[in-house]
Design a protein around this ligand. Structure first.
Ligand code: TXA
Ligand code: MG
Length: 324
């Protein structure tokens, strides 16, 4: 089983232990402000191979490379002026930028799945400190079995992957709760590849520019945006107005729903209707509903604005037809 180290109790030894394990080419689950990441030395092909094997992740799906700061990022990727502005505005934070990979970067091609671009993110807090101490970028997808619900606590990681990795750093519950927003600048325009922890509206306000949403749904630009993802074992119904007996019910904003007294379990993502709180609770509540043994999880509608865009994106993937 994985060793667990709490950053509250032992921050410096967490950094030292994690650096040592990463230096040996092994994996460490680390807290970030979005979700827990399954981290490996991004320059070490054996280590990166372990990520794909441990998650059961398709190898055509590239990994985000996490950097300590903009200076480190600039050693690996070329920034156009608008990408640079986005980095200045939102790093450290829940933003990933897709950028041209520099020829001199030692990030291994297994991390980028052989693409000539790289996804870069500068996380806040412990993860940033760890990368600075380690001195090299960390490739890290979300710390969950591929296709399943992302982990927002050390306990989630332990349940899913604890038997497969040597070390989990416990940083408590993730503050944001959904993954980073992924953007790519093309011809001076900002393209949204994945809605996430920074609402598109916040990016538009800060830059004064429009963020382009994918025009044709189904055309996938971030290779990891497979339709079915975040899949609990139970089936998922969205935007329900009635509940079936025994269903697990997940509400938003304190709404009342027909038949809710017959639900097997009822949770509210945010009784006060706060989308930030709802994002933080989303994956944990999905896991709790799944663990209740209900055959189906019913969600009441969640508004589409702000963080609601990322929440609805994850919900529609959780509800998508599965091929497994
Ligand atoms: O918040 C997050 O982003 C978390 C934490 C751990 O940083 N990470 C995360 O990683 O969500 P993952 O692997 O679950 O999702 C990464 C996404 C995938 O959809 C992948 O296809 C996309 O980023 N991606 C990575 N590199 C890319 C590239 N060069 N071009 C296009 N998409 C890329
Ligand atoms: Mg993921």
């Amino acid at each position: 089983m994985a060793q667990l180290i709490s950053i509250d109790r032992a921050r410096q030894s967490a950094i030292a232990e994690a650096s040592a394990v990463l230096g040996d080419g092994m994996l460490v689950a680390i807290p970030t402000e979005t979700v827990y990441g399954l981290a490996a030395d991004a320059t070490n092909p054996q280590a990166i191979t372990r990520i794909y094997e441990t998650k059961g992740r398709p190898r055509f799906n590239p990994l985000i490379c996490h950097m300590a700061d903009l200076e480190m990022a600039e050693r690996h990727a070329a920034f156009d002026p608008l990408s640079r502005k986005l980095a200045d505005l939102f790093w450290p934070g829940p933003l990933t930028l897709i950028l041209p990979l520099k020829a001199e970067s030692d990030i291994h091609a297994l991390a980028t799945a052989g693409l000539d671009t790289v996804g870069i993110r500068v996380p806040r807090g412990f993860a940033g400190e760890l990368i600075r101490a380690f001195g090299k970028p960390l490739a890290a997808p979300s710390a969950n079995t591929s296709g399943r619900i992302s982990a927002t606590s050390a306990a989630h990681v332990e349940t899913d992957l604890g038997g497969l990795i040597p070390l989990i750093i416990d940083g408590g519950a993730c503050a944001v709760g959904v993954e980073s927003t992924i953007l790519k600048v093309e011809d001076g325009r900002i393209k949204l590849l994945r809605p996430g922890g920074i609402p598109a509206e916040a990016i538009e306000r800060a830059t004064g520019l429009t963020v382009d949403r994918p025009t044709e749904p189904g055309v996938i630009e971030a290779p990891g945006m497979l339709a079915s993802h975040y899949a609990p074992s139970a089936s998922v119904r969205l935007n329900v107005s009635t509940v079936r007996p025994g269903e697990a019910l997940i509400l938003f904003g304190g709404v009342r729903i027909a038949g809710m007294e017959t639900a097997g379990l009822t949770l509210d993502l945010s009784p006060a209707g706060d989308l930030g709180e709802a994002a933080t609770n989303l994956f944990g509540f999905m896991k709790q509903a799944d663990a209740s043994g209900a055959e189906s999880i019913a969600f009441s509608p969640v508004p589409f604005h702000g963080l609601g865009e990322a929440i609805n994106d994850r919900l529609s993937r959780a509800a998508a037809p599965r091929d497994r």
